[in-house]
Design a protein around this ligand. Structure first.
Ligand code: AMP
Length: 282
C-alpha cells in the first residue's frame, strides 16, 4: 500500500519508519506529475536500486517564468497516484506551495549552479534552472535518499543536478535514465498533452532531425555550425520555431572541438504554443 505525505514533518516521519522497517536504501524520483511511461520507467529503475521508493509530485512555481504554463500545467493527482502504486512506489510526497515556501517564494534561499544554468534552455528561460536546483536541493534534504533517478530527456537539467550534487557534496548517487519515446519517436512529455492533432502529427520531426544529425556526425561530418543551421531550417520548414539546435560535449555541454567524440545534440523548439525539447547522444 502506497503511503502519502503532504508536508515536511509527515514525510520525514514516514521515511524514517520505512527506512527502519526495511533497513535498506531509499531511492527518490522527483516529478511534476501528469505522469507518463517515462516517469514510470524512472520509478521502476528506482525500485531496482533500493528498498524504499519515494516519488514527489510538485508543480514547482520557482522554475516557471512569467507568462509560462504554471497555471495550466496538467494536474491529475488521483490518476498519477494509481499509476505509482501499480509500479511499486512506497511513498508519494505531495507538498503544497505554502508548506515548501513558508516565507514566500521571493524570500526563499536559492541554490544556483552558475554557468551551466545560463546556457541553452537557461538562456531562453532565465531563472528556470535556479528554480530547479533550489527545489531539488530542498527535496533531497527532506527525503535524504541514497539514490535519485532523473531522465536524460532533460539532459541539461541532469547535468546541472549532477554538478550541484558534486559541488555541494550531497551524499547520494544520481542515476540518469534514457528517454522513453512514443512509437513514432516523440519523447514522452507531460506537455505533449498541449499539442493539437495537427501538431502531434508534426512533432516526431524533432527526433527525426536529431537522428539525422547524429548519423551525419557518425559518418564524419564535423562542420557543427553547418549541421546546426541546416537543422534549424529543416525544423522551420516542418512548422517549428526553433529556440536552439546545439551540438555539445556530452560531459559538460561545452562547445566541442572537431575531434571531440562524446557529443550530445540538443534541441528546443516551439510548435504552436508548446515548447518541446529533446536530445540524442552521439
Ligand atoms: P517532469 O515531471 O517533467 O519534471 O519530469 C520528472 C522526471 O521525469 C525528470 O527527471 C525528467 O527528466 C523525467 N522524464 C520526463 N520525461 C521523460 C521521458 N520521456 N523519458 C524519461 N524520463 C523522463
Amino acid at each position: 500500500m502506497m503511503q502519502r505525505a503532504s508536508d515536511a514533518a509527515e514525510l520525514r516521519a514516514i521515511v524514517r519508519n520505512l527506512r527502519a522497517d526495511r533497513a535498506g536504501r531509499v531511492a527518490f524520483v522527483p516529478t511534476m506529475g501528469a505522469l507518463h511511461d517515462g516517469h514510470l520507467a524512472l520509478v521502476k529503475t528506482a525500485r531496482e536500486h533500493a528498498d524504499v521508493v519515494v516519488v514527489s509530485i510538485f508543480v514547482n512555481p520557482l522554475q516557471f517564468g512569467a507568462g509560462e504554463d504554471f497555471s495550466r500545467y496538467p494536474r491529475q493527482i488521483e490518476r498519477d497516484a494509481a499509476l505509482l502504486e501499480s509500479v511499486g512506489a512506497d511513498l508519494l510526497f505531495l507538498p503544497g506551495v505554502d508548506s515548501l515556501f513558508p516565507h514566500g517564494q521571493a524570500a526563499q534561499s536559492r541554490v544556483e549552479v552558475p554557468g551551466l544554468s545560463d546556457i541553452l534552455c537557461g538562456a531562453s528561460r532565465p531563472g528556470h534552472f535556479v528554480g530547479v536546483t533550489t527545489i531539488v536541493a530542498k527535496l533531497f534534504n527532506l527525503v535524504q535518499p541514497d539514490v535519485a533517478v532523473f531522465g536524460e530527456k532533460d539532459f541539461q537539467q541532469l547535468a546541472i543536478i549532477r554538478r550541484m550534487v558534486a559541488d555541494l557534496n550531497f551524499p547520494l548517487e544520481i542515476i540518469g535514465h534514457p528517454t522513453t519515446r512514443e512509437a513514432d519517436g516523440l519523447a514522452m512529455s507531460s506537455r505533449n498533452a498541449y499539442l493539437s492533432d495537427d501538431e502531434r502529427q508534426r512533432a516526431p520531426a524533432l527526433y527525426v532531425m536529431l537522428q539525422n544529425i547524429a548519423e551525419r556526425i557518425r559518418s564524419g561530418q564535423r562542420d557543427f555550425e553547418l549541421l546546426q543551421s541546416e537543422a534549424s531550417l529543416a525544423l522551420q520548414s516542418a512548422g517549428f520555431v526553433p529556440d536552439y539546435v546545439a551540438i555539445r560535449r556530452a560531459e559538460d555541454l561545452a562547445e566541442p572541438s572537431s575531434v571531440e567524440n562524446a557529443l550530445v545534440v540538443l534541441v528546443a523548439a516551439r510548435l504552436g504554443q508548446t515548447r518541446l525539447i529533446d536530445n540524442i547522444r552521439v
